[in-house]
Design a protein around this ligand. Sequence first.
Ligand code: ASP
Length: 354
Amino acid sequence: MSAENLNRRAFLAAGAVGLGASAMIGAAPPRAVGPRRPVVVSSANGLKTVEKAMEMIKAGADPLDAAIAGVAIVEADPADRTVGYGGIPNEDGVVELDAAVMHGPTHGGGAVASLRNIMHPAAVARLVMKRTDHCLLVGEGALRFARMHGFPEENLLTEESRRIWLHWKETNGKDDDRIPPPDDELDDVVREFFGIRKHGTIHCSALDTHGDVGCTTTTSGLFYKIPGRVGDSPILGAGLFLDNEVGSAGSTGRGEANLLNLSSYAIVDNLRRGLAPKDALIEVCKRIVATNRTPRLRDAKGRPNFDVKFYCVTKDGRYAGASLWAGAKMAVHDGDSARLVDCASFYDEKLIEP
Ligand code: ASP
């Protein structure tokens, strides 16, 4: 079968589970399946992601292409307010997306930041990796690049996310004339949303049947962020990192903590030095706790008043998840089934939000 036909088959397979063709722009044709046991890990919002990625890996897809197709389901899901379409917008009511990818066999990486109007930023990041000599495109330049490669532009702000943002706007402006509705007139979407969580993201790391790794992290970032704010997700080494000889890692949670500690790089480095997956993650939690010296980011006992979560898979198929605070879960598919499993944690208690 020609490469073109194989590509076409991948497109059709993606379409069968409702993935838009734009999520597949830049994917490689599948190759022969190898002898090793594949593993895919993701954040807790990635159950469908690990299923999709594993299905593609078993059909011979490149591990990065599988991870991108997996997260594309969440990027397109309006119910996930932390990623892609339906993500909570910036303070001006505009959805701005960040995403990055890394590819083990080539040690390539690409990323986009503050990208507007494009539903699948991880697929755009793959093209930054494959079709430019650069690693990161931002804002208007990233949008023009995506357009040039045929990504359709769409309004990513759903009606529900607009209503949530409006309520935030009406209740957070200090000196303006906006008046929020009385409590008994709040709509259910807004009532349910507030008090749940402030941000989120999806990460996916995939190990294929040849022992090659690929990973991606994609997000709409911090809710109501300052326009142009970029988190850890599109920064190689912060929101994700891999080394094809060692394994792959990524993170969700407070991006600034990962930027200040290059957390994903540190995890892979810990794995390289021989630490077990869980220990490699907890070691980075320890570093974040130790370097978090900003008073407004510490609770009464001096502990971080935020959370960060880490996920990794090693070249030989071991995996782990860990967070600062207890209670986090991760999604995993080990070739047999997709499930949510508990993450380890640095503290035994759950985070009490400030
Ligand atoms: N890490 C993301 C960011 O800082 C947000 C999150 O994962 O909650 O943009």
